[in-house]
Ligand binder design. Structure first.
Ligand SMILES: Cc1ncc(COP(=O)(O)O)c(C=O)c1O
Length: 417
């Protein structure tokens, strides 16, 4: 990236402590105070039991604008001072855009954001609702950077980088400062990594406090450039299609790569199914709505890849901006996998009351009918018989067997599928 100094005149490659000092953290803390939510750190009894050690969740999905990104945006806008009046421009998968749009609105300045063409609809609408001009261009977040930078250069507006910027990183560091205060026996923090600003910030806060805390980064396996970059291998232009759209960044940052090399103890990846399971777990068991990127730290814990430690592990639930349709389909998919939602096929006599008798038996077996469809084609049927496909909600595989037993006793040959 050229043309914009996001390092405040400091050199990438400096140590974390040289790059971001105590004064930067204090300034960031002042910038977020009273505007960003001091999000709760919630104990997770389920994960604690699974991991055989205390696990807490830092609920940044409850942050204003729905993700931690608001902290970095506030910090950057405060640091810009009067320069922010020239207007702001940014590029983002959506969360940073929304956060910058909100920070711009609070400051009373204009804001233009570039997002990839297939950005999550709710993120686009949210940025627009905050008064930002949204431009959907490019196939990935990486593609949108160049356009945003060009506009910043042409218009004189200030470019607010989503992660590779010391003020943004200092803003995200305020999460680390809160963890130090809120979790006395903090031993490990598990952090989602996209461009690496969040993990860099938290790592710097922990270092500055002199706390011996393990920092574990997590990327979606579908787009995990840091795995190669940290190992010193060339970064291929990886596929970016992932349910964790917030972390689908193909290239590590100029500032954040050396920072994470210094600060991270470990980098893990998680698969798409694991991310989906973590989103469902958070909704069902922790009552937290997390988007894919927001759930990847929990996915890493649920995968069993991390051994127990002495002290508390905190997973950062970094954002909750997910389209409700996607979350609903994941919850339904999960019920099907658990055997709590089944599709059965059977036949009923094609006469008045034929279907009602079948439904009466299902009701007696205490299963809930979600949908009923008559099937009269492409299945073997006797004359004056109709096929019926039912989606049922049951209490699980055992209960489904009971329902099938009741139907068999009533003379219905029913099969799953
Ligand atoms: C919800 C969520 N989590 C994590 C990240 C990763 O943050 P970073 O790019 O600072 O690594 C993002 C980035 O947009 C995000 O939106």
């Amino acid at each position: 990236m050229t043309g914009v100094d996001t390092a405040g005149g400091r050199e990438p490659g400096m140590t974390a402590q040289e790059l971001i000092g105590a004064a930067d953290l204090e300034a960031a803390r002042a910038a977020v105070a009273g505007l960003a939510v001091r999000t709760p750190t919630l104990a997770s009894p389920d994960l604690s039991e699974q991991l055989a050690g205390a696990v807490w969740l830092k609920a940044e999905c409850l942050q204003s604008t729905g993700s931690f990104k608001f902290r970095g945006a506030l910090s950057r806008v405060a640091a810009l001072g009067r320069a922010a009046e020239r207007g702001l421009v940014t590029a983002s998968a959506g969360n940073h855009a929304r956060a910058v749009a909100q920070a711009a609105r609070l400051r009373g300045v204009g804001c233009e954001v570039f997002m990839p063409r297939d950005a999550t609809v709710s993120k686009v609408l949210a940025a627009e609702a905050l008064g930002a001009r949204v431009r959907l261009e490019g196939a990935s977040v990486d593609d949108t950077f160049e356009q945003a930078l060009r506009l910043a250069e042409e218009s004189g507006a200030e470019f607010v980088h989503p992660f590779d910027d010391i003020d943004v990183i200092a803003g995200q560091a305020t999460i680390g400062l809160e963890l130090i205060e809120d979790v006395p026996d903090l031993a490990r923090v598990v952090v989602p990594v996209g461009g690496g600003g969040l993990a860099s910030g938290i790592g710097i806060a922990l270092r500055r406090a002199g706390r011996d805390v393990r920092l574990v980064g997590v990327q979606a396996a579908a787009c995990a450039p840091y795995v190669d970059a940290l190992a010193g291998r060339p970064v291929e232009r990886a596929a970016a299609m992932t349910i964790a759209d917030g972390v689908a960044i193909k290239h590590p940052g100029r500032l954040t790569l050396p920072l994470l090399r210094e600060l991270l103890d470990e980098m893990l990846t998680v698969e798409e199914d694991q991310i989906a399971d973590a989103m469902v777990f958070l909704a069902e068991r922790a009552k937290l709505v997390a988007e894919g990127a927001g759930a990847i730290a929990v996915a890493a814990l649920m995968s069993g890849a991390l051994p127990p430690v002495d002290g508390t592990t905190v997973a950062i639930v970094s954002g909750g901006n997910v389209d409700s349709g996607l979350l609903a389909s994941l919850l339904l998919r999960h019920e099907s996998e658990e055997g709590r939602r089944v599709r059965i096929f059977t036949r009923v006599p094609d006469r008045p009351g034929g279907l009602a008798e079948l439904l009466g038996l299902i009701a007696a077996a205490r299963a809930n009918v979600v949908s009923v469809e008559h099937v009269r084609e492409a299945v073997p049927l006797h004359v004056r018989e109709t096929g019926v496909e039912l989606t049922l909600e049951t209490r699980g595989p055992g209960h489904t067997e009971e329902v099938l037993g009741v139907l068999a006793a009533g003379g219905y040959e029913a099969r799953i599928g």
